[in-house]
Design a protein around this ligand. Structure first.
Ligand code: ADP
Ligand code: ADP
Length: 230
């Protein structure tokens, strides 16, 4: 079966700084991968190349078998299959929760406002935030905003979801509610690549754990093997 995502010998430089060194990674459909490693090791850069928020200089990235590059005219179409949840939520502050969720489906996918709202309410229900749909992001807690960000990503019906330290900016008491939503998605078969320091989550949910250091993948294993290694 064609992997959901493949990175082949991906190299990334920021100026002269070598941020990704020959990264090879294959993510199967429905697979859950947790990426860990020290700060500055390239975790965020790696997952941002998958949707080309960061351009790589050489190597190949394939989504469902199709190679992508930032100057490809079809890049926006490919990027639509890849949802992303950020550390700092990145909701539009001047739009309601519902508007945040309907913007991309209506503008990019040309879904009717009515259908987009119906889908958005269903996903907001799923993350248990539908009762806040007409509020603005600033009126919600961090944990609630992050659940909205997940719902917003789901509204585009992505094939794969990328998470870049989704709980790192949250107060401790709100981490659980976001991890619970991620766990539910995992159980439902979503393909996920998660940069996170939440090792409990990794142990419970990940099919594979990838450890990065200085721009390289230095270890790759099942969570059980990973956490019992000396
Ligand atoms: P991690 O997610 O593991 O903390 P990052 O991918 O954010 O690591 O960063 C990897 C390295 O690349 C770090 O040394 C960081 O300072 C550097 N870096 C990240 N983004 C940029 C950028 N836009 N310009 C220059 N250097 C960057
Ligand atoms: P995060 O923890 O969310 O990955 P960072 O603090 O690592 O955020 O980076 C925030 C922004 O600054 C990112 O857009 C990243 O690309 C950029 N950045 C990180 N390190 C550097 C750097 N050394 N030089 C320039 N930009 C950087």
């Amino acid at each position: 079966e064609t992997p959901a995502v493949q990175l082949k010998n991906v190299e990334k430089y920021y100026g002269t700084f070598h941020a990704l060194k020959s990264i090879n990674l294959s993510v199967g459909k429905g697979e859950k991968i947790v990426v860990c490693g020290p700060s500055g090791s390239g975790k965020s850069t790696m997952i941002r190349t998958i949707n080309q928020l960061e351009e790589h200089q050489s190597g190949e990235i394939l989504i469902n078998g199709a190679p992508i590059s930032a100057n490809d005219p079809t890049i926006d179409d490919l990027r639509q299959d890849v949802g992303m949840v950020f550390q700092h939520f990145n909701l539009f502050p001047h739009m309601t929760i519902l508007e945040n969720c309907t913007l991309a489906p209506t503008v990019v996918r040309k879904v009717s406002q009515k259908d987009a709202e119906k889908t958005a309410m269903a996903y907001l229900e799923k993350v248990q935030i539908a009762n806040q749909a007409f509020k603005y992001p600033g009126q919600l807690s961090g944990g609630q905003q992050q659940r909205v960000a997940i719902a917003r990503a789901l509204c585009m019906k992505p094939e794969i979801l990328l998470f870049d330290e989704p709980t790192s900016a949250l107060d401790p008491e709100m981490i659980g509610e976001v991890l619970d939503v991620m766990e539910t998605l995992a159980e439902e078969g979503m393909t996920m690549v998660c940069v996170t320091h939440e090792m409990g989550f990794a142990r419970k949910v990940a099919d594979r754990v990838i450890f990065m250091d200085a721009g390289e993948i230095i270890e790759e294993d099942t969570p059980d093997a990973f956490f019992t290694n000396p």
